[in-house]
Design a protein around this ligand. Structure first.
Ligand code: SAH
Length: 298
């Protein structure tokens, strides 16, 4: 194991208001942190309970129609396992785009949620992963999961702001945002990624973005923003902010068609939260895309 100089912040306590003020600098960031601190949605927790990988992102790929068959008592359990499989498939696609990662490399999961993607990255590459979230409860939860799995020597979660993580400069071979770019200014975010990545390092995001071709934010996209207290960016904003911060795209994958089945299945489950319809409308009307962007740090 490589030793690191920065202290682990897994033990952040909600009572520690001085550290809270350092991380949560604006009323907006406080509201986002509060949302995630209070979030106990079964659609996230029951899916994570399947195998201990907790995700707060959506899925991709086709589902098996057999999950809708069989007795009613077991149907929900089958649907949950299938939705979870699609969410882990999404994280696998993100990791596929990081390029060759060796055990000696270091990775950064910006806006890490309950930490599922970080654990998968460590399992796949054997390297150290730092996850950063502005939700103290998520950081605590993720740290407990890493300890349970016995990977806490390599997978560490920090109560930090991804716009200013305090993590070392040029130390990371790869970094990503899995559905967390819509909470921040992209210029600030990509400047911080560029600082942390080594030259030739790879940045990957999977995100929902609005479609510049159809104009300003549609009604359905506004409803998604309202639901999650986020600000979905237009597609063009990503490429402008990447280019301005020395991050050069190598891959752009439109995952919209691949994510629609996930939303259709989720809408059929008892775990539906009500946000399924705006997502399906936005994707089908073309005002919203589910995009993967991979870029190299030059
Ligand atoms: N990437 C995770 C979670 C996505 S949910 C997953 O795929 O499961 C969005 C996450 O972004 C939440 O964990 C939230 O706390 C985090 N977040 C939002 N703004 C942030 C900021 N400024 N700094 C760090 N994390 C932030």
């Amino acid at each position: 194991m490589t030793t690191t100089s920065e202290p682990s912040t897994n033990s952040a306590s909600p009572a520690n208001s001085a550290s809270s003020a350092r991380v949560l600098r604006t009323a907006y960031q406080q509201a986002v942190a509060q949302y995630w601190n209070n979030e106990k949605d079964p659609v996230n927790l029951r899916l994570g309970d399947v195998d201990g990988l907790y995700h707060h992102h959506y899925g991709i790929g086709d589902w098996d129609p057999a999950v809708l068959e069989g007795p009613e008592e077991t149907r929900d359990k089958q649907i949950i396992a299938e939705l979870h499989r699609l969410e882990s498939a999404q994280a696998d696609v993100l990791l596929d785009h990081l390029g060759p990662i060796a055990p000696a490399h270091r990775l950064l999961d910006a806006g890490c949620g309950r930490g599922g993607t970080s654990v998968m990255a460590n399992a796949r590459f054997g390297c150290e992963v730092d996850g950063v979230s502005i939700s103290e409860s998520q950081v605590d939860f993720a740290g407990t999961q890493a300890r349970k799995r016995g990977v806490d020597d390599k997978v560490r979660y920090h109560f930090r702001n991804m716009l200013d993580t305090g993590l070392p400069t040029g130390a990371f071979q790869g970094s990503w945002n899995n559905e967390s770019t819509m909470y921040v200014d992209l210029h600030e975010l990509f400047a911080e990624h560029a600082r942390q990545l080594t030259r030739g390092g790879r940045y990957v995001t999977i995100t929902g973005c609005s479609n510049d071709v159809t104009g300003l934010r549609s009604k359905a996209v506004s409803r998604i923003d309202e639901h999650y207290t986020c600000n979905i960016h237009p597609r063009s904003a990503y490429f402008k902010a990447l280019a301005a911060n020395g991050l050069v795209p190598i891959n752009v994958v439109d995952l919209t068609a691949a994510t629609i089945p996930y939303w259709e299945l989720r809408a059929k489950s008892t775990l539906a939260t009500g946000i399924e319809e705006p997502f399906l409308t936005a994707y089908r009307e073309g005002s919203f895309h589910y995009l993967l962007i991979a870029a190299d740090r030059i």
